[in-house]
Ligand binder design. Structure first.
Ligand code: CTP
Ligand code: CA
Length: 234
């Protein structure tokens, strides 16, 4: 619920937050996508804006009702992106002016090498399922870390399926090092965990490879914990 005296501890900070899932076209009617609803990323944008930050939200494909609420916020501006390449270009333009970049978007690791201008049909494939050749997309987060401005903070997200013999935090620490981010927010996903849910659970790892927070709650509560972690190291 709403608090009477709102916290304004993020006032003066400019956030750029990406959210939602990219879509990589196969042909004019089909794409490769993912199950991201964008709800967690949008919740981070709203939490930061409610706490006084100026927020630019870059949204790929996301739940439109959730997005509409964020778009109505006086301190949130919204940009749209379809593919990973578009998301990259938009973020590249916005990044230099950001104090904090939060990369919550689910970016496709691969795109179709050559999307067909015409719809693939069964008639032309003659009973042989078409082979789709994939090529790797640019790692947007790695690029942002590489070009980060002085004093700028970069936060990554990771959705992980648990594996035997390794904790979520251990996997997160490896990914945080690989990405070189200041904070990595790790959440567990499965067939029925994480996606499109109201609630979420995050383990937040900092640049010293320490778990600074382990939170479960609504996506907004989890978002506030992430904003707390950002403010704590600024
Ligand atoms: N990310 C990105 N560009 C990509 C892929 C991922 O910017 N091409 C970002 C995501 O937005 C997220 C972070 O990197 O903030 C981690 O994404 P994840 O998919 O967990 O990492 P990957 O390096 O792609 O590793 P994996 O093989 O586990 O998918
Ligand atoms: Ca990935």
């Amino acid at each position: 619920g709403r608090v009477l005296a709102a916290r304004c501890d993020a006032r003066g900070l400019r956030f750029v937050v990406s959210a939602g899932g990219t879509r990589e076209p196969i042909d004019p009617v089909r794409y490769i996508g993912n199950r991201s609803s964008g709800k967690q990323g949008v919740a981070v944008a709203v939490a930061a804006a409610d706490r006084g930050a100026e927020v630019t939200l870059v949204v790929a494909h996301a739940d439109e009702a959730t997005l509409a609420l964020a778009a109505a916020h006086p301190r949130i501006g919204v940009h749209r992106a379809d593919t990973a390449a578009e998301l990259s270009e938009t973020l590249r333009g916005l990044a230099p002016a950001a104090d904090v970049i939060v990369m919550a978007a689910a970016v496709a690791d691969y795109r179709v090498a050559e999307a067909s201008d015409r719809k693939l049909t069964k008639e032309t494939s003659n009973g042989v399922p078409p082979a789709i050749t994939l090529v790797e997309n640019e790692d947007i987060l790695a690029g942002l870390v590489e070009r980060r401005a002085e004093g700028q903070m970069v936060v990554g997200f990771a959705a992980e399926t648990p594996e035997a013999g390794e904790s979520l935090a251990e996997r997160g620490v490896r990914k945080r090092r690989r990405k070189g981010v200041d904070l990595l927010a790790v959440n567990e996903v499965g067939w029925s965990t994480g996606f499109e849910q109201v609630d979420n659970a995050l383990t937040i790892i900092d640049a010293r490879d320490e778990v600074v927070a382990s939170v479960a709650g609504t996506k907004r509560e989890v978002a506030d914990a992430l904003v707390d972690a950002v403010l704590a190291i600024r």
